[in-house]
Design a protein around this ligand. Structure first.
Ligand SMILES: C[S@@+](CC[C@H](N)C(=O)[O-])C[C@H]1O[C@@H](n2cnc3c(N)ncnc32)[C@H](O)[C@@H]1O
Length: 294
């Protein structure tokens, strides 16, 4: 499976709470995380209409199907599917157990490190799903470890699906507050910062090649959705605000560190940037890539 995996970039430690994760916009736990995860689930189902795009509805309805949710977080995607497909078995894995205590009968959880060999036989699952996982790992980890391991545990004829978003704000023209005040700093910083740590903010363009490189899948398909911040908010989940805050926090933190922004000006900076992003219909890209194991 190639080189020994380097350490995952972000791992939750047991005992982390919502309080001590305040400084890290990436890390959330506890009831707040579960609530946010439910909002995210409602939002994603609303924009995609379906919980997945792979042609596995028949398999999941037939009975006895096994589904793996990789890095499942609080398991919200599985919970929603578990009531749609009562005869299928959903197994979530994550480095830490974040599931609520009460689970549907057809949902299970196993603690597992996705950078190691997964605790399942070859060809075990009918469907393997990964959602909002790619930015937790480097490209090397995805190509050499995670995707090949997900394909190994998938049976021939089974489907793998990756659902994610680019950590990039696409926009028409340029945003005054963001671009002019800080000399393109804000916009460029996020991409640079992510790339410096071997994250790729534009992974959506590459995932199909990662899947292809396993040489074990066929029928690779990709669907993209563009969502402006105001239209994200029309789904009632506040996802536009959440995504923009998440995005801008990374830039604001660095601007503060470099003395480009004063602490007392950050809220105004955020509000002005947000207003401009709304006016200019700045948008995020969501995508789903799915393929069948040969
Ligand atoms: C952004 S969350 C995605 C959660 C969920 N899939 C969703 O759509 O909301 C990424 C998840 O990856 C998990 N994770 C991080 N490193 C991991 C590792 N090495 N092995 C397994 N899970 C890991 C985290 O605990 C977290 O739950």
């Amino acid at each position: 499976m190639g080189a020994k995996p380097s350490k995952p970039k972000r791992i939750l430690q047991d005992g982390d709470t919502d309080n001590n994760s305040d400084n890290d916009p990436f890390i959330q736990r506890g009831q707040t995380y579960i609530d946010k995860s439910q909002e995210q689930q409602h939002f994603l189902r609303a924009i995609w209409i379906e919980n997945f795009l792979s042609p596995v509805r028949g398999t999941l309805s037939a009975g006895g199907a096994k589904v793996l949710d990789v890095c499942c977080g609080p398991g919200t995607w599985m919970f929603d599917n578990a009531s749609d497909f009562k005869n299928a078995r959903f197994i979530g894995i994550d480095i830490v157990n974040l599931l609520p205590n009460e689970k549907p009968l057809n949902v299970e959880f196993q603690t597992a490190d996705v950078l190691q060999r997964l605790p399942f036989d070859d060809d075990y699952f009918d469907f393997v799903y990964l959602q909002f996982v790619t930015l937790w790992f480097t490209e090397q980890q995805l190509i050499e470890n995670i995707i090949p391991e997900c394909v190994r545990v998938l049976r021939p004829g089974g489907w793998i699906e990756i659902s994610d978003a680019d950590v990039h704000l696409y926009m028409q023209g340029q945003l005054g507050t963001m671009i002019n005040s800080y000399g393109k700093f804000f916009e460029r910083f996020i991409a640079q910062q992510l790339q410096k740590h071997n994250f790729n903010p534009f992974l959506g363009c590459h995932l199909e090649f990662f899947l292809q490189s396993t040489q074990k899948v066929q029928n690779i398909q990709k669907k993209e959705l563009d969502f402006s911040i105001p239209s994200l908010n029309t789904y009632g989940s506040g996802m536009g605000d959440t995504a923009f805050r998440f995005y801008s926090e990374v830039g604001i933190k660095s601007a503060l560190e470099r003395g480009l922004l004063k602490e007392e000006d950050t809220e105004n900076f955020f509000i002005n940037s947000m207003r401009e992003a709304v006016e200019r219909q700045a948008y995020f890209k969501f995508y789903r890539i799915f393929a069948e194991k040969i």
